[in-house]
Design a protein around this ligand. Structure first.
Ligand SMILES: Cc1cn([C@H]2C[C@H](O)[C@@H](COP(=O)(O)OP(=O)(O)O[C@H]3O[C@H](C)C(=O)[C@H](O)[C@H]3O)O2)c(=O)[nH]c1=O
Length: 183
């Protein structure tokens, strides 16, 4: 019996993953990834790059994807709390254009596995957040694309009512809507 609870979502290829946390009087231990357990759950992929980013409250990174080198991502939060969002941009997917979001936090230790073919982003809800993730392909800056975070057709319900401001990089401010981006 593996040490992860894989929760399928209503979007194919998207899983919430709950690790087993072994707490004791020192603190806790958990495996955050295990090739065999993931393979047994049907997630047989090889990760080639690990990333880490730290962001202040209100920072929104995304929605990003790579055209020719789509990346599957296993994402988690090691400090703070974020609302993590993906949008299905797989051309023939029955859930094309559909979004799915989840709260990932240091507290809940939940992970999100996002297979290739999704645009991905998150907004930081806590004072600050550290975000770490594994990718199934390398970063190809020349191949990067993006979708505007508040695309009215996708209508992501970002839980930002309590945030003083949303902070975007210059790059993330200039993305277009899904229908203008992926004609
Ligand atoms: C993504 C990436 C970036 N960089 C360099 C390029 C820039 O000089 C600097 C910041 O890059 P960027 O502003 O694109 O970082 P994010 O806005 O966090 O981008 C990420 O945001 C969302 C949440 C994602 O899912 C993607 O992994 C990724 O697009 O790191 C690298 O050297 N390697 C990389 O894999």
């Amino acid at each position: 019996m593996g040490k992860f609870n894989f929760i399928e979502t209503d979007i194919k290829g998207l899983y919430i993953i709950e690790p087993t946390v072994f707490g004791d009087n020192r603190g806790y231990f958990m495996e955050t990834y295990n090739y065999q357990d993931f393979k047994n759950a049907g997630l047989d992929m090889v990760f080639v790059q690990d990333n880490e980013s730290k962001s202040k409250q209100g920072v929104l990174r995304g929605l990003h994807f790579q055209y020719k080198h789509p990346q599957g991502k296993l994402v988690r939060v090691t400090k703070g709390e974020v609302f993590d969002v993906v949008v299905d941009i797989r051309k023939n997917s029955p859930t094309y254009g559909k979004w799915y979001g989840a709260i990932l936090s240091e507290e809940n230790k939940r992970q999100f596995y996002v297979s290739e073919g999704f645009a991905h982003g998150f907004v930081v809800l806590s004072e600050e957040a550290e975000f770490v993730y594994k990718c199934t392909d390398y970063y190809h800056p020349e191949d990067e694309g993006g979708i505007l975070w508040n695309d009215p057709d996708i209508a992501i319900e970002w839980p930002i009512e309590n945030l003083k401001e949303i902070m975007l990089s210059e790059k993330d401010k200039q993305w277009k809507s899904l229908k203008e981006t992926l004609k």
